[in-house]
Unconditional design. Structure first.
Length: 293
Protein backbone atom coordinates (compact mmCIF):
# COMPACT_ATOMS: atom_id res chain seq x y z
CA UNK A 1 0.00 0.00 0.00
CA UNK A 2 1.22 3.48 -0.82
CA UNK A 3 1.83 5.80 2.11
CA UNK A 4 -1.09 8.08 2.94
CA UNK A 5 -0.21 11.71 2.33
CA UNK A 6 -0.98 13.55 5.57
CA UNK A 7 -1.55 17.30 5.38
CA UNK A 8 -1.42 19.15 8.70
CA UNK A 9 -3.76 22.08 8.06
CA UNK A 10 -2.46 25.17 9.83
CA UNK A 11 -4.91 27.27 7.86
CA UNK A 12 -5.41 30.61 9.61
CA UNK A 13 -4.60 29.30 13.09
CA UNK A 14 -1.38 31.34 13.06
CA UNK A 15 -3.57 34.37 13.90
CA UNK A 16 -1.49 36.54 11.58
CA UNK A 17 1.64 36.01 13.70
CA UNK A 18 4.62 34.61 11.78
CA UNK A 19 6.28 33.33 14.94
CA UNK A 20 3.15 31.28 15.66
CA UNK A 21 3.26 30.07 12.05
CA UNK A 22 6.84 28.86 12.52
CA UNK A 23 5.85 27.09 15.73
CA UNK A 24 3.04 25.36 13.85
CA UNK A 25 5.50 24.15 11.24
CA UNK A 26 7.63 22.70 14.05
CA UNK A 27 4.57 20.89 15.43
CA UNK A 28 3.72 19.41 12.02
CA UNK A 29 7.31 18.19 11.60
CA UNK A 30 7.36 16.65 15.07
CA UNK A 31 4.04 14.89 14.39
CA UNK A 32 5.42 13.31 11.20
CA UNK A 33 3.07 15.02 8.72
CA UNK A 34 4.07 15.10 5.06
CA UNK A 35 3.00 18.70 4.51
CA UNK A 36 1.83 21.74 6.42
CA UNK A 37 -0.78 23.87 4.69
CA UNK A 38 -1.73 27.52 5.12
CA UNK A 39 -4.23 29.75 3.28
CA UNK A 40 -3.47 32.45 0.71
CA UNK A 41 -5.97 35.22 0.03
CA UNK A 42 -6.62 38.91 -0.38
CA UNK A 43 -9.40 39.61 2.12
CA UNK A 44 -11.12 42.22 -0.06
CA UNK A 45 -11.19 39.75 -2.97
CA UNK A 46 -12.98 36.99 -1.09
CA UNK A 47 -15.14 38.66 1.58
CA UNK A 48 -17.75 41.37 1.16
CA UNK A 49 -17.73 44.13 3.78
CA UNK A 50 -21.40 43.28 4.29
CA UNK A 51 -20.81 39.55 4.87
CA UNK A 52 -21.81 38.36 8.36
CA UNK A 53 -19.73 35.88 10.29
CA UNK A 54 -20.72 32.25 10.43
CA UNK A 55 -22.22 31.15 13.73
CA UNK A 56 -19.12 29.19 14.75
CA UNK A 57 -17.00 32.27 13.98
CA UNK A 58 -19.21 34.46 16.16
CA UNK A 59 -18.73 32.07 19.07
CA UNK A 60 -14.94 31.95 18.70
CA UNK A 61 -14.18 35.62 17.93
CA UNK A 62 -15.36 39.15 18.68
CA UNK A 63 -19.01 39.19 17.59
CA UNK A 64 -18.87 42.95 16.92
CA UNK A 65 -16.07 42.51 14.38
CA UNK A 66 -17.08 41.96 10.72
CA UNK A 67 -15.94 38.92 8.81
CA UNK A 68 -13.83 41.16 6.57
CA UNK A 69 -12.09 42.70 9.58
CA UNK A 70 -11.44 39.25 11.03
CA UNK A 71 -10.07 37.82 7.77
CA UNK A 72 -7.95 40.87 6.98
CA UNK A 73 -5.85 40.25 10.11
CA UNK A 74 -5.10 36.70 8.94
CA UNK A 75 -3.61 37.49 5.51
CA UNK A 76 -0.11 36.27 4.63
CA UNK A 77 1.65 38.53 2.13
CA UNK A 78 4.29 37.47 -0.41
CA UNK A 79 7.14 38.14 2.01
CA UNK A 80 5.52 35.91 4.63
CA UNK A 81 5.14 33.13 2.07
CA UNK A 82 8.84 33.32 1.15
CA UNK A 83 9.85 33.17 4.80
CA UNK A 84 7.59 30.21 5.63
CA UNK A 85 8.60 28.32 2.49
CA UNK A 86 12.28 28.74 3.43
CA UNK A 87 11.57 27.60 6.98
CA UNK A 88 9.73 24.50 5.75
CA UNK A 89 12.66 23.67 3.46
CA UNK A 90 15.01 23.80 6.45
CA UNK A 91 12.66 21.55 8.41
CA UNK A 92 12.23 19.11 5.48
CA UNK A 93 8.46 19.40 5.22
CA UNK A 94 6.43 20.52 2.21
CA UNK A 95 4.78 23.94 2.39
CA UNK A 96 1.30 24.04 0.85
CA UNK A 97 -1.31 26.76 0.75
CA UNK A 98 -4.88 27.04 -0.50
CA UNK A 99 -5.47 30.02 -2.83
CA UNK A 100 -8.88 31.66 -2.44
CA UNK A 101 -8.77 34.14 -5.34
CA UNK A 102 -7.25 34.50 -8.80
CA UNK A 103 -4.37 36.73 -7.69
CA UNK A 104 -3.43 34.19 -5.01
CA UNK A 105 -3.29 31.44 -7.64
CA UNK A 106 -0.78 33.59 -9.54
CA UNK A 107 1.29 34.17 -6.42
CA UNK A 108 1.55 30.47 -5.59
CA UNK A 109 2.39 29.64 -9.19
CA UNK A 110 5.15 32.26 -9.18
CA UNK A 111 6.47 30.69 -5.97
CA UNK A 112 6.88 27.38 -7.81
CA UNK A 113 4.02 25.37 -6.33
CA UNK A 114 3.43 22.00 -7.99
CA UNK A 115 0.36 21.08 -5.89
CA UNK A 116 -2.75 23.28 -5.82
CA UNK A 117 -5.49 22.79 -3.25
CA UNK A 118 -9.03 23.79 -4.25
CA UNK A 119 -11.25 24.55 -1.23
CA UNK A 120 -14.87 23.40 -1.07
CA UNK A 121 -16.24 26.90 -1.58
CA UNK A 122 -14.62 27.25 -5.02
CA UNK A 123 -15.84 24.01 -6.59
CA UNK A 124 -18.46 25.95 -8.58
CA UNK A 125 -16.17 28.92 -9.33
CA UNK A 126 -15.59 28.33 -13.03
CA UNK A 127 -12.92 31.01 -13.73
CA UNK A 128 -11.02 29.82 -10.64
CA UNK A 129 -11.15 26.18 -11.78
CA UNK A 130 -10.07 27.01 -15.32
CA UNK A 131 -7.12 29.06 -14.08
CA UNK A 132 -5.86 26.20 -11.91
CA UNK A 133 -6.59 23.62 -14.61
CA UNK A 134 -4.44 25.51 -17.14
CA UNK A 135 -1.43 25.23 -14.83
CA UNK A 136 -1.37 21.44 -15.42
CA UNK A 137 -0.17 20.81 -11.87
CA UNK A 138 -1.30 18.30 -9.27
CA UNK A 139 -4.70 19.22 -7.84
CA UNK A 140 -6.34 18.32 -4.52
CA UNK A 141 -10.02 19.31 -4.48
CA UNK A 142 -12.28 19.37 -1.42
CA UNK A 143 -15.97 18.73 -2.03
CA UNK A 144 -17.87 20.01 1.01
CA UNK A 145 -21.45 21.18 0.31
CA UNK A 146 -21.35 19.63 -3.19
CA UNK A 147 -23.13 16.74 -4.87
CA UNK A 148 -21.82 14.24 -7.40
CA UNK A 149 -22.95 16.31 -10.37
CA UNK A 150 -21.05 19.39 -9.17
CA UNK A 151 -17.94 17.29 -8.62
CA UNK A 152 -18.23 15.92 -12.16
CA UNK A 153 -18.62 19.42 -13.60
CA UNK A 154 -15.55 20.64 -11.73
CA UNK A 155 -13.51 17.66 -12.92
CA UNK A 156 -14.48 18.26 -16.53
CA UNK A 157 -13.47 21.92 -16.31
CA UNK A 158 -10.10 21.06 -14.77
CA UNK A 159 -9.39 18.38 -17.37
CA UNK A 160 -10.57 20.43 -20.36
CA UNK A 161 -8.27 23.21 -19.16
CA UNK A 162 -5.30 20.84 -19.25
CA UNK A 163 -5.00 18.96 -15.93
CA UNK A 164 -4.83 15.18 -16.35
CA UNK A 165 -7.07 12.85 -14.35
CA UNK A 166 -4.10 11.07 -12.75
CA UNK A 167 -3.01 14.38 -11.22
CA UNK A 168 -6.32 14.98 -9.41
CA UNK A 169 -7.32 13.80 -5.94
CA UNK A 170 -10.85 14.43 -4.67
CA UNK A 171 -11.34 14.86 -0.94
CA UNK A 172 -14.69 14.03 0.61
CA UNK A 173 -15.44 16.77 3.12
CA UNK A 174 -18.12 18.33 5.31
CA UNK A 175 -17.72 22.07 5.90
CA UNK A 176 -19.46 22.34 9.28
CA UNK A 177 -16.96 23.30 12.02
CA UNK A 178 -16.95 21.00 13.91
CA UNK A 179 -18.71 18.35 11.83
CA UNK A 180 -21.25 16.25 13.78
CA UNK A 181 -20.33 12.57 13.58
CA UNK A 182 -23.71 11.68 12.09
CA UNK A 183 -23.08 14.08 9.19
CA UNK A 184 -19.68 12.72 8.14
CA UNK A 185 -21.10 10.26 5.56
CA UNK A 186 -17.72 8.60 5.11
CA UNK A 187 -19.01 6.05 2.61
CA UNK A 188 -19.53 8.94 0.20
CA UNK A 189 -15.74 8.97 -0.24
CA UNK A 190 -15.92 5.47 -1.70
CA UNK A 191 -18.91 6.47 -3.81
CA UNK A 192 -16.81 9.27 -5.33
CA UNK A 193 -14.05 6.77 -6.11
CA UNK A 194 -16.51 4.41 -7.81
CA UNK A 195 -18.10 7.25 -9.80
CA UNK A 196 -14.79 8.55 -11.18
CA UNK A 197 -12.40 5.65 -11.93
CA UNK A 198 -8.81 6.78 -12.22
CA UNK A 199 -9.31 9.67 -9.82
CA UNK A 200 -7.68 9.26 -6.40
CA UNK A 201 -9.77 9.88 -3.29
CA UNK A 202 -9.06 11.24 0.17
CA UNK A 203 -10.70 12.95 3.11
CA UNK A 204 -10.58 16.43 4.64
CA UNK A 205 -11.81 16.23 8.24
CA UNK A 206 -13.50 18.80 10.47
CA UNK A 207 -14.76 16.50 13.22
CA UNK A 208 -13.49 16.65 16.77
CA UNK A 209 -10.91 13.96 17.57
CA UNK A 210 -8.96 11.59 15.33
CA UNK A 211 -11.21 8.55 14.79
CA UNK A 212 -12.76 9.57 11.49
CA UNK A 213 -9.58 10.31 9.50
CA UNK A 214 -8.13 7.02 10.75
CA UNK A 215 -11.25 5.21 9.52
CA UNK A 216 -10.97 7.03 6.19
CA UNK A 217 -7.49 5.56 5.66
CA UNK A 218 -8.85 2.06 6.28
CA UNK A 219 -11.51 2.81 3.65
CA UNK A 220 -9.02 3.85 0.98
CA UNK A 221 -8.15 7.52 1.50
CA UNK A 222 -4.84 8.39 -0.15
CA UNK A 223 -4.72 11.89 1.38
CA UNK A 224 -5.82 13.04 4.84
CA UNK A 225 -6.15 16.71 5.69
CA UNK A 226 -6.75 17.78 9.29
CA UNK A 227 -6.74 21.18 11.01
CA UNK A 228 -4.43 21.65 13.98
CA UNK A 229 -3.59 24.41 16.42
CA UNK A 230 -1.09 25.17 19.13
CA UNK A 231 -3.92 25.61 21.65
CA UNK A 232 -7.69 25.15 21.21
CA UNK A 233 -8.31 27.99 23.64
CA UNK A 234 -6.60 30.60 21.47
CA UNK A 235 -8.72 33.36 19.97
CA UNK A 236 -9.65 32.71 16.35
CA UNK A 237 -12.39 31.09 14.25
CA UNK A 238 -10.89 27.62 13.68
CA UNK A 239 -8.98 26.75 16.86
CA UNK A 240 -11.74 24.91 18.70
CA UNK A 241 -12.35 22.51 15.81
CA UNK A 242 -8.64 21.72 15.45
CA UNK A 243 -6.27 19.14 16.95
CA UNK A 244 -3.69 20.12 19.52
CA UNK A 245 -0.07 18.96 18.97
CA UNK A 246 -0.34 15.71 20.94
CA UNK A 247 -3.55 14.81 19.11
CA UNK A 248 -2.00 15.48 15.71
CA UNK A 249 0.93 13.26 16.60
CA UNK A 250 -1.41 10.50 17.77
CA UNK A 251 -3.41 10.72 14.52
CA UNK A 252 -0.31 10.40 12.34
CA UNK A 253 0.96 7.46 14.40
CA UNK A 254 -2.40 5.69 14.19
CA UNK A 255 -2.60 6.18 10.43
CA UNK A 256 0.88 4.73 9.94
CA UNK A 257 -0.13 1.70 12.04
CA UNK A 258 -3.31 1.25 10.00
CA UNK A 259 -1.23 1.28 6.81
CA UNK A 260 0.92 -1.53 8.18
CA UNK A 261 -2.12 -3.50 9.33
CA UNK A 262 -3.93 -3.32 5.97
CA UNK A 263 -1.23 -5.43 4.31
CA UNK A 264 -1.23 -6.65 0.73
CA UNK A 265 -4.69 -8.23 0.70
CA UNK A 266 -3.44 -11.81 0.15
CA UNK A 267 -4.58 -14.47 2.63
CA UNK A 268 -1.54 -16.53 3.63
CA UNK A 269 0.43 -17.24 6.83
CA UNK A 270 2.23 -14.14 8.05
CA UNK A 271 5.95 -14.16 8.80
CA UNK A 272 5.17 -14.28 12.53
CA UNK A 273 2.92 -17.33 11.99
CA UNK A 274 5.37 -19.35 9.89
CA UNK A 275 7.64 -20.13 12.82
CA UNK A 276 4.68 -21.72 14.65
CA UNK A 277 3.97 -24.27 11.95
CA UNK A 278 6.64 -26.60 13.32
CA UNK A 279 4.55 -26.92 16.49
CA UNK A 280 1.33 -27.64 14.56
CA UNK A 281 1.93 -30.94 12.65
CA UNK A 282 -1.82 -31.41 12.04
CA UNK A 283 -1.65 -28.30 9.91
CA UNK A 284 0.00 -30.25 7.07
CA UNK A 285 -0.68 -33.98 7.58
CA UNK A 286 -4.38 -34.45 7.01
CA UNK A 287 -4.43 -33.78 3.28
CA UNK A 288 -8.15 -33.09 3.51
CA UNK A 289 -9.77 -30.53 1.31
CA UNK A 290 -13.11 -28.85 1.44
CA UNK A 291 -15.64 -30.44 -0.92
CA UNK A 292 -16.07 -28.69 -4.23
CA UNK A 293 -19.29 -26.74 -4.61
Amino acid sequence: MEKTYIIAEAGINHNGDLELARQMIDVAVDAGADAVKFQTFKAEKVVSRFAPKAEYQKKATNADESQLEMIKKLELDAAAHHMLIDYCAKKNIRFLSTPFDLESIDLLNELGFDIFKIPSGEITNLPYLRKIGKLKKKVIMSTGMSDLGEIEDALLILMKAGTSAENITILHCNTEYPTPIEDVNLKAMQMIGAAFPGIKIGYSDHTLGIEIPIAAVAMGATIIEKHFTLDKNMSGPDHKASLEPDELKAMVCAIRNIEKALGAGIKKPSSSELKKQAYCPQKHCSGKKYPQR
